[in-house]
Design a protein around this ligand. Structure first.
Ligand SMILES: Cc1cc2nc3c(=O)[nH]c(=O)nc-3n(C[C@H](O)[C@H](O)[C@H](O)COP(=O)(O)OP(=O)(O)OC[C@H]3O[C@@H](n4cnc5c(N)ncnc54)[C@H](O)[C@@H]3O)c2cc1C
Length: 375
């Protein structure tokens, strides 16, 4: 059997778990190379806790380089910038190219930028919650400036779980230390739509109690110094953190891969590209064409097991297996004050014990990996 080259683009949840499995059971007759812009990848489930000061960065970052070493894989620091899927070549920044037999893409997603938004727009800073490293460094810089600012209006754009958690966590971190800071949570539609009413109500009460101003049904457009709602009213803000729905990074445009209308990779049930069966995609970057499901970490985690089996089966000349998305998933929202709320379908639970439960689950996940973080 000839040795096959498997290139892993990006070290998201699915690839981190794949590497974890390879430590236990290496792939037969294959050399595996991981390409990642950073040695460390964040576990976003713990990001609100990190913002709130409940965790340190090294507790919620997986050390990919060390994970690769343990799994006998090559780690290459670099950003995938171009894919030529017809000729099976992946290029990274700096010009290095990798010819592969199989490629697996797990490069995650970024928050959508509403039309007209760019960095430091019209006197207002606009920053995405992802990439996480960039967001954390912005937050640290902000904390240096806040002691001399008499007021600072901080907006979080996005009324989903991530937006609510980030707004509560920022309030927890900043508002007591810096009394001039006010927090706003803004978005189109209603708060936590798709979640049970009890969850919406609970989070609404938290926002009121913590003096976070909620602006619903705001189709935000950018105006000097803030955001304007559809009725011409301006919410004056000094900075806005984007926690909007997921969009792909643009590097796969022109790759020849079949992409959906947003630019995510269209895959079959075996997580293989519809156009190029030697390419897999997992996590947020993949759209399962037969049964699209939400872009969330719990699905990325479930993709890992199918990806591992299918790479193994291909190497052994066996048939691939199908991924079946779970119909319901557990959502646990960190209120950043020692409490959390959880929902699975219509069942909801809340309180301090729910935070401890979430903490236990997150620790259990992270214990599988070597951890670390360096700026
Ligand atoms: C604040 C917040 C809280 C969240 N909480 C939860 C939660 O509790 N539960 C949940 O299920 N989901 C949660 N999510 C959603 C979750 O973050 C994503 O669904 C999940 O991270 C997707 O995982 P992934 O494996 O696709 O990629 P990610 O884990 O996002 O990793 C992508 C990796 O690819 C790398 N990369 C990016 N571009 C390139 C490139 N061009 N070349 C090489 N590497 C690249 C990145 O550096 C990163 O290491 C949360 C999101 C946010 C913003």
């Amino acid at each position: 059997m000839t040795n096959k080259t498997i290139v892993l683009a990006g070290g998201g949840h699915a690839h981190a778990l794949l590497l974890h499995q390879l430590i236990r059971k290496p792939l037969p007759d294959a050399q595996v190379v991981m390409v990642s812009p950073d040695r460390y990848t964040p576990y976003s489930g713990m990001l609100p806790g990190l913002i709130a000061g409940q965790y340190q960065p090294n507790e919620m970052h997986i050390n990919l380089a060390e994970l690769c070493r343990l799994a006998g894989c090559e780690f290459v620091k670099g950003h995938a910038v171009k894919l030529d899927a017809d000729n099976a070549i992946l290029s990274i920044d700096g010009g290095r190219g990798f010819h592969y037999d199989w490629l697996s893409i797990n490069t995650g997603s970024l928050p959508q930028s509403p039309e007209g938004f760019g960095q430091s727009d019209r006197g207002m800073t606009v920053i995405g919650v992802k990439p996480v490293k960039q967001f954390l460094s912005w937050l640290e810089d902000l904390e240096v400036q806040l002691p001399v600012l008499p007021y600072f209006a901080l907006g979080v754009l996005g009324l989903g779980a991530a937006g609510a958690e980030v707004a509560l966590a920022l309030e927890q971190r900043l508002c007591q230390r810096f009394p001039g800071v006010t927090t706003h949570l803004v978005g189109a539609g209603g708060l936590l739509s798709g979640y049970p009413l009890t969850v919406q109500q609970y989070v609404r009460e938290q926002l009121v109690a913590r003096n976070i101003r909620l602006h619903e049904n705001v189709q935000a457009s950018l105006v000097p110094g803030g955001l304007q709602n559809g009725q011409g009213k301006t919410i004056f803000l000094n900075a806005v953190v984007l926690c909007t729905s997921a969009r792909p990074d643009g590097w796969l445009q022109g790759s020849g891969l079949s992409l959906d209308e947003q630019g995510f990779v269209r895959v079959d049930n075996a997580l293989r590209s519809l156009s190029h069966p030697n390419v897999f995609a997992a996590g947020d970057i993949a759209t399962l064409s037969s049964q699209p499901h939400p872009k969330s970490g719990v699905y990325a985690v479930r993709h890992a097991a199918v990806l591992e089996v299918n790479l193994r089966h291909l190497l052994m000349g066996k048939r691939t297996i199908a991924y079946k998305p779970q119909r319901q998933s557990l959502a646990l929202l960190n209120m950043a004050d020692g409490r959390a709320i959880g929902a699975r379908g219509a069942v909801t639970v809340s309180g301090r014990w729910v935070w401890h439960w979430k903490h236990w689950l997150d620790q259990r996940f992270m214990k599988q990996f070597p951890r670390g973080f360096l700026r």
